[in-house]
Design a protein around this ligand. Structure first.
Ligand code: NAD
Length: 257
């Protein structure tokens, strides 16, 4: 069956990998991001190449509640959405004492409030059609904390809680709502942290990456964005109708400690 999936923040990293994996199902894929026209076209080409039945792009700065509302309306004018993946996310590291107020507001808006408003807009349609999937890309930081990441950790704990509430409210509707909680995934988001650690090894990126991972993630390996794509595809399977309300760690044992 040709389903329609909409994935936020999907012109790069985990979002693009998720979009590509769902495109390989032959589904219609709605991309979203803040990308330049060139990056947008590249992402559209990637999902078409991966097998998308149809591909469309939607803009919208998720820091702006009016833009989130406009995005929800534009996507629904395009097609009825069967699968919503709330993936867009921002990160900023600073202590609680030093965190700028506008950074706190922006991270909460993008990582948590935008997911809430898109779910509010799209869940009733899924329930009305009797089938749907919401997958929220949270983080291991939705399960455990680290220093210097107050808004990120707060937003991801919030996203896990939101996931569970919606899973309960839609339990009998044919719609499941789950969160994925990755540890380290090798994307642009964490490149500054890799480079900061590499500096301690004379700029050796591999050594910096390994040291960074082993601080927290017992496997010593980062995940690849495609690994998260496979997990989303699993949650979208029909057999997973009773797999709802979970916060699934993909973290090499980080949260098991
Ligand atoms: P990324 O930077 O490649 O992707 C983030 C996406 O969010 C981008 O497409 C960006 O355009 C979009 N975005 C950011 N701010 C936005 C805004 N204001 N409006 C609209 N879109 C905006 O990074 P990624 O690593 O692929 O991250 C994807 C998700 O995975 C995030 O929610 C992140 O918190 C989560 N995550 C990443 C890791 C990791 O190690 N990379 C680990 C755990 C969770």
């Amino acid at each position: 069956m040709t389903r329609t999936a909409f994935i936020t923040g999907s012109t790069s990293g985990i979002g693009l990998a998720v979009a590509s994996r769902l495109a390989a199902n032959g589904w219609a894929i709605g991309l979203h991001g803040l990308a330049t026209p060139e990056l947008r076209d590249e992402a559209l080409a990637v999902v078409r190449q991966a097998g998308a039945a149809e591909a469309a792009f939607f803009g919208g700065d998720l820091r702006d509640p009016a833009a989130v509302q406009g995005l929800a309306e534009a996507v629904q004018r395009w097609r009825p959405v069967d699968v919503l993946v709330n993936n867009a996310g921002m990160q900023h590291t600073a202590s609680v004492a030093a965190m700028p107020a506008e950074v706190w507001q922006a991270i909460l808006a993008v990582n948590l409030s935008a997911a809430f408003f898109l779910m509010q807009a799209l869940l009733p349609g899924m329930a009305g059609r009797g089938w749907g999937r919401v997958v929220n890309i949270a983080s291991v930081h939705g399960l455990v904390a680290s220093v210097n990441k107050a808004p990120y950790v707060a937003s991801k704990f919030g996203l896990v809680g939101l996931t569970k509430v919606a899973a309960l409210e839609y339990a009998q509707s044919g719609v499941t709502v789950n969160a994925i909680c990755p540890g380290w995934v090798e994307t642009a988001l964490i490149e500054p942290q890799i480079q900061a650690r590499a500096a301690a090894f004379g700029g050796d990126r591999d050594a910096g990456l390994k040291a960074l991972v082993l601080d927290k993630q017992p496997s010593g390996r980062m995940s690849q964005p495609s690994d998260i794509g496979e997990a989303v595809a699993m949650l979208c399977a029909d057999w997973a109708h009773n797999l709802t309300g979970v916060a699934l760690p993909i973290d090499g044992g980080w949260s098991a400690q």
